[in-house]
Ligand binder design. Structure first.
Ligand SMILES: [Zn+2]
Ligand SMILES: [Zn+2]
Length: 333
């Protein structure tokens, strides 16, 4: 099968490798589309390490079940032909203190799709049957792909930010363009922060309901109740702390961030909170996809064929599209 592999930092190439074979608790899927995430860029750049390279990245997989590895237990919901979504969380131990307390996102032994397990920038993949999800029929393959990380981890970040009315979103890319719609549907006011001078993205944010859009180091016209930082820039943390009022929560939603500059304690004072969001639980996925089925979330997608995956990552790096990039395996066939 054709696949994209990262062999070492900076080295990404298209390869021809045997299609994987599912073990007893896995299913073999045919990939239809796979979203491109900033984490894929961090993996390529070596900012997030790959334990056992080479790896096929890609963890926002929309796929069709081809075959089950466990013929003794056909598992009807995953019969051949069923469309499933496969997210970043690929496997958890089920035994550690995190798994046993409803926090499998923090599992000590967790394995992640596209980092520990070959992912979706390939024609086929194998996935643990317990870690894939039915997707609402109302989304096409390309529309659904960004829901699997940008949407899902954005949804978790939004919940961790609390119920504040005025929410700031720092870095208005794939995740923020979905979270803005979720927050708007909850009746909240969204304040979008982009790269300074990026008027196209600020316009895009306003089109998706933001009440204000400006540069990342600007002060918003009102004091915020909470903020989510999607950009990987550590200097946004003290900026966001200044933008939120007393008791405000600042959530760092990325897997990697540059160093946070030192800042005076008074900027944190007043019960302001800084926290990160790590991964997702299967419960997050069930709740998010149920909501995505009830509410229509618009995903703005730029599609690339498989052999242009490296280009898609460079375009993401330079902010050359609004919303999300998705590798379209149908286009690549
Ligand atoms: Zn991701
Ligand atoms: Zn565990």
């Amino acid at each position: 099968m054709r696949a994209i592999q990262i062999a070492s930092p900076g080295r990404i190439e298209q390869v021809d490798i045997p299609a994987p074979v599912p073990s007893a608790d896995q299913v073999l899927v045919s990939v239809r589309a796979c979203g491109v995430c900033r984490t894929d860029l961090h993996l390529l750049d070596g900012e997030v390490s790959i334990p056992h390279p080479p790896i096929v990245p890609g963890h926002q997989i929309v796929a069709t079940v081809v075959a089950s590895g466990d013929d003794a237990n056909p598992g009807a919901p995953l019969a051949p032909g069923v469309r499933v979504g496969i997210p970043w969380l690929g496997w958890t131990c089920g035994k550690c203190r995190y798994c046993r307390s409803g926090r499998e996102n923090l599992c000590d032994l967790a394995r992640f799709t596209g980092r520990d397990i070959d992912g979706g920038f390939a024609e086929f993949a194998v996935v643990d049957r317990r870690f894939c999800f039915p997707l609402p029929d109302s989304y096409s393959d390309l529309e659904a792909a960004p829901l699997l990380c940008a949407g899902l981890i954005g949804f978790r970040a939004l919940r961790l930010a609390g119920v504040g009315q005025r929410i700031g979103l720092y870095g208005f890319g794939a995740s923020a363009h979905i979270v803005a719609q979720l927050a708007g549907a909850e009746g909240r006011s969204v304040f979008a922060f982009t790269r300074p001078g990026d008027s196209a993205t600020q316009r895009f944010a306003r089109e998706l309901g933001a009440v204000w859009a400006g540069g990342s180091l600007e002060r918003p016209p009102e004091e915020l109740d909470c903020a989510i930082i999607f950009a990987a820039a550590g200097e946004l943390v003290p900026a966001a702390l200044d933008a939120v009022g007393k008791g405000g929560v600042v959530v760092c939603a990325g897997i990697h961030m540059s160093e946070i500059p030192a800042f005076a304690y008074e900027r944190l004072w007043g019960e302001r909170v800084i926290r990160s969001v790590a991964n997702l639980t299967r419960r997050d996925a069930e709740e998010f996809f149920a909501r995505a089925g009830r509410e229509r979330i618009h995903t703005s997608v730029t599609a690339y064929p498989l052999d242009e995956t490296a280009q898609a990552l460079e375009d993401l790096r330079h902010g050359r599209f609004e919303g999300a990039a998705v590798i379209d395996l149908a286009q690549s066939a």
